[in-house]
Design a protein around this ligand. Structure first.
Ligand code: G6P
Length: 362
């Protein structure tokens, strides 16, 4: 059938979509670059951000995890305060809004009912909305004031991969363009750094055998797994654990490195896999301290670090990219890890049980 053709030589859409990430990132850089070679966003959107005193990001699932990283981009580069909310919570438990809020809806499909319910509510209140989506003409795009497209191409596998990294890229570009519009010096060339990240993605996509081995070694027989990190690494851990849960049905949780000891460490047993991310210099030592705490209780550690921060016993070292952009590449080992874990367990990778690609009921 048609889907077989689209899959090409790949056994699963998910693997194909993981592999497409460097290409998608390069396409985004190109789509958002002006003739002068500067990154560019519709002036109306930049104006809306600059007129707002606070951004509210609303999303679900993987898109929510992208929002958490997006908050870092926007706050650190553009100095606009950002709150990130789960759509289904925001709807009936609306926080106290600032005087001039701007809403950003992040949604691969643009059809998620939970997010749409919030969009309807905030439009009734007279607020402006920007939708970041992969699907032009989708409901969330049509009903918002502005749209930024992900240009990721159709994402078929239920577990989102390339849409997540595309969301991060577009959010980083939005943050940079807003920063520049305010005359803020961010200190690096984002489009160059995104290009470096695309090359790094390629290297990771070429390391599949390594991640297949890792998945086999760590989670092929385990019933649970923990992912720990600090700062943006923590947000990637949330996404990494969601990927593993979604397609391999292994119970997995992402934790802030320092929080595990406040309760969840009770679950650590002999051999419990702990996947730790160490891509941030400022927390490199503290996350390793957290790994030691669980290793002392029998955990089986799998440390994924970034070049320049690596130490003996790290299981994998990802190429160096700008410290703000590490989530764009550190997520790839997590995606591949989940993919191979699901394969080892004979799970239906592209169509996991109980899940839908887009959930159009509240
Ligand atoms: C569903 C999918 C998830 C996705 C979420 C949000 O639950 O299974 O993979 O992250 O919806 O979807 P959206 O299209 O709004 O990004």
């Amino acid at each position: 059938d048609a889907s077989d053709i689209e899959k090409g030589t790949y056994p699963h859409f998910m693997l194909k979509e993981i592999d497409e990430q460097p290409l998608v990132l390069r396409k985004i850089i190109q789509k958002y670059r002006s003739e002068k070679g500067e990154l560019e966003i519709d002036q109306e959107i930049v104006k809306a951000v600059n007129e707002s005193d606070r951004i509210y990001i609303i999303a679900a699932g993987t898109s929510y995890h992208a929002g958490l990283v997006g908050k870092q981009f926007i706050e650190k580069l553009a100095a606009v305060p950002v709150e990130v909310h789960i759509a289904s919570e925001f709807g009936y438990n609306m926080p106290l809004l600032s005087a001039k809020p701007l809403f950003i809806f992040i949604s691969q499909s643009g059809e998620t009912a939970d997010s749409r319910a919030v969009l309807v509510q905030i439009k009734e209140l007279g607020h402006k909305a920007l939708t970041i989506t992969n699907v032009p003409g989708s409901t969330l795009s049509r009903e918002a004031d502005f749209t930024l497209l992900l240009h990721a191409g159709p994402e078929i596998a239920v577990a989102s991969t390339k849409a997540y990294t595309a969301q991060l890229a577009v959010l980083s570009i939005l943050a940079e363009v807003v920063a520049r519009s305010k005359g803020k010096e961010i200190g690096f060339d984002l489009s160059r750094e995104l290009g470096i990240a695309a090359n790094a993605m390629e290297i990771l996509c070429d390391s599949k055998e390594e991640f297949e081995k890792m998945a086999h070694e760590y989670v092929s027989t385990t019933r649970n797994a923990f992912f720990i990190g600090r700062g943006v690494d923590y947000y990637v851990c949330l996404e990494g654990s969601l990927k593993l849960k979604e397609i391999s049905y292994i119970q997995a949780e992402g934790f802030a490195g320092g929080e595990l000891k406040h309760g969840t460490i009770a679950l650590i047993e002999d051999g419990t896999p702990i996947i730790a991310l160490a891509t941030q210099e400022s927390v490199n030592l503290s996350i390793r301290g957290n790994v030691k705490e669980v290793v002392a209780r029998g955990a089986n550690p799998c440390i994924i670090s970034m070049k320049g921060l690596e130490m003996a016993d790290d299981r994998f070292v990802i190429p160096e990219v700008h410290e703000l952009l590490t989530p764009l590449i550190s997520v790839i080992p997590m995606q591949l890890f989940a993919y191979y874990a699901a394969l080892h367990r004979n799970c239906d990778v592209d169509k996991p049980r109980n899940l839908a690609k887009s959930v159009t009921v509240e």
